[in-house]
Every structure is written in structure tokens, then in C-alpha cells.
Design a protein around this ligand. Structure first.
Ligand SMILES: [Cu+2]
Length: 355
């Protein structure tokens, strides 16, 4: 497959050089038009400087061949590359996100299919044939009205649904008894902090970073003592989680693809979003889509002699933040509420860590 790719690149480069080379043989020429007037044209300044009917015919047919190839490629991407897509959303709020994506994709797909077809088919059908005259057509108010009104209505609907989806993940004012977690980004790893028994995070500031207090929790703030710092995220299934993001150094972006959520972590400010996990890690591992994906990965790993991969939710950095950006990730475990609380209870609090 890789060899094929290199051959493709080599052919593309060779074609490019050939075309550029061809261009150098073209120059500005004065030609006569139908009314015997002088016009400036870019043409090959040889005996027959104008494209012949044969040239036009070949180019027109190429347009048609391109169209067929284009449709085949579109179909291939649509039906055969599906298994590299993410599995079903693992958060309740992410369902809207997926719907929005699907609706946009279907709409764009239909328009794309039709307009590309018209563009290339017409280029073929009306290719230059001697003595064929183009039809002069000024405008049609009816047509203009149709192609302005329909996209306006469709786009308004899409944007409305988009805003609703955005609010669903961003508006945390109605969240009932959420679990509050701070996610802290630094070059190049993630840390997190649970708000503890009072469900309120103690103040954090980069100036408080000292020794083992690597998140910079203000230890004079009473809310901070029961906070729980961790290196692995555990989330209970079915509970609303409120995430608050901070960054120690540069811009990072907390990306949780399986939950369809991403937020920039900006030094000097707190950003946030919230979602409700829908499947535990175990349940997600059993899903058909995940199984197919994991099997595909493991086939490649086996061929390379690597250990098999087991599915886990991940928090990734999605902002190129420096040399080790690619490896900036943290494991996320979603489990039943009871298992979550028994795990959380075993983690030492800030007061226990920073003595
Ligand atoms: Cu980063």
C-alpha cells in the first residue's frame, strides 16, 4: 500500500513538471476573433496557435472520465472507510453532536453529488465544437430567489440545532448534583483534581506550585484540603460531570473524542464544559463497532510483532503545544457509580499529599 502511495506521488510530481514545462512554450500572441479584431491570447505561437476541435474533444471527454473516477472515489470513501470512524458517542450530549454531523454530511453529500455532476457533465456535453455558439442568458429572478431562499432556510436550521447542541454541553447552570473535576494541562502531561466531599474546588494558581503540589492548589483555601489530585480520570456512568480546565504553560486542548467533547486549556483562565458518560469502559469494549476497530488495529500490531491493544477512553491534547505534544494523554475509566466511589475513596486528598 505504501509503495503504491510513493508511485502515486512520483507520477503526480512527474505530471507537474511536464505541465510546467509545457506552459513555458506558451506566450502572449495577437489573434483575430470572429469580427476580425485583434485580441490578446495566451497561445502556442506556432502555425496553429488556437486549440483545435480535436483538443477540445479530448479535454471534454477527460472531464467526463474525471467525473466517473470522482464518483467512484466518493463511494469508496463513504462505504469502505467507515470502520476508521469513531464508535457511537459515549456521552449523552454527544448524541446531538453525531446527529448534527450526520445531517450536515447528508445535506452536503447531496449538494456535492449534484453540483459536481453538473459541473463536469456540462463541461463534457458543451465541449468546444466549431461553429457552436453559447446561449446568452442574462439572469432569472425566480432561480436566484430559489437558490438564495433554500440555503438560507437550511443553514438557519443547522445553526439553530448547532447552538442547541453547543448549549447542551456548555450550559452547566441546570446540572443537578454534578461531579466537579479540574483538568490541568502542562507540557507534556495531564493531571486532574476531584472537588472532594464539599464538591467545591480549592483555588488554583500557577504561583502555588511547590514540591508535590504540582497543580498549584492554594492550601490556605479551606475548599482545597479535601480535593483529590489524580493521574488517571475515573468517571461514574450516568452522572453529569463538570470539567474545569486550566493550563500551566501554553495553550493546550483537552480532547475526549469518544465523548465528542473538546475545550481549549488557556493559561490564566478557567474554561469548562460538562457531559454525562453513557457507557462504562467495559460496555464500550463489547460494542460491535469498537470490537471491529480493535481487531483491525491488532491485526496491524500483530504483523509488526507488537502487543495487542485493548480499548480505553482517552483524554488527548489537540493543540500542538510542543515537542512531546503527540504523547500528551491520560487514560479515562468509566465505571458504575459504586465502583467509582470506592476508587475515589482510596485516593489521598490534597491535605494528605501536601503535609
Ligand atoms: Cu498539549
Amino acid at each position: 500500500m505504501l509503495a503504491l502511495f510513493y508511485i502515486f506521488i512520483a507520477v503526480a510530481v512527474a505530471l507537474g513538471i511536464w505541465q510546467v514545462n509545457k506552459l513555458t512554450s506558451y506566450r502572449k500572441t495577437i489573434l483575430k476573433n470572429d469580427k476580425n479584431e485583434d485580441v490578446v491570447a495566451i497561445a502556442k505561437s506556432e502555425e496553429n496557435p488556437i486549440a483545435t476541435e480535436k483538443d477540445n474533444d479530448i479535454h471534454g471527454k477527460f472531464f467526463f472520465v474525471f467525473l466517473i473516477g470522482f464518483y467512484i472515489l466518493m463511494g469508496y470513501c463513504l462505504f469502505f472507510l467507515n470502520d476508521i470512524m469513531l464508535p457511537e458517542s459515549a456521552s449523552v450530549e454527544g448524541e446531538n453532536d453525531d446527529n448534527l454531523f450526520l445531517i450536515s454530511f447528508v445535506l452536503i453529500g447531496i449538494v456535492q453529488f449534484a453540483t459536481q455532476g453538473l459541473l463536469f457533465y456540462f463541461s463534457f456535453k458543451y465541449r468546444g465544437i466549431n461553429n457552436r455558439k453559447a446561449l446568452f442568458y442574462a439572469d432569472s429572478h425566480k432561480l436566484e430567489l430559489i437558490w438564495t431562499t433554500i440555503p438560507t432556510i437550511v443553514l438557519t436550521g443547522l445553526i439553530g440545532y448547532g447552538l442547541y447542541t453547543w448549549n447542551d454541553i456548555m450550559d452547566l447552570s441546570t446540572a443537578e448534583n454534578p461531579i466537579v473535576i479540574e483538568v490541568y494541562a502542562q507540557q507534556f502531561n495531564w493531571q486532574a483534581r476531584y472537588a472532594g466531599a464539599d464538591n467545591t474546588l480549592g483555588r488554583g494558581n500557577v504561583r502555588n506550585i511547590k514540591g508535590i503540589n504540582t497543580i498549584g492548589v492554594d492550601m490556605t483555601d479551606v475548599n482545597g484540603a479535601d480535593d483529590v489530585p489524580v493521574r488517571e480520570l475515573h468517571l461514574p456512568k450516568g452522572r453529569k460531570i463538570v470539567f474545569k480546565f486550566r493550563s500551566q504553560d501554553v495553550l493546550h486542548s483537552a480532547y475526549m473524542p469518544h465523548f465528542r467533547a473538546q475545550m481549549n486549556c488557556v493559561p490564566g483562565m478557567v474554561t469548562e464544559f460538562g457531559f454525562t458518560p453513557k457507557f462504562t469502559t467495559e460496555e464500550m469494549r463489547m460494542q460491535e463497532e469498537t470490537v471491529i476497530k480493535v481487531n483491525g488495529i491488532n491485526k496491524i500490531r500483530k504483523a509488526k510483532g507488537e502487543d495487542p491493544y485493548v480499548f480505553d477512553y482517552l483524554l488527548l491534547c489537540n493543540k500542538i503545544c510542543g515537542a512531546s505534544h503527540y504523547n500528551m494523554q491520560m487514560k479515562i475509566v468509566v465505571e458504575e457509580e459504586a465502583a467509582f466511589y470506592s476508587w475515589l475513596k482510596k485516593q489521598p486528598t490534597m491535605a494528605e499529599v501536601v503535609k
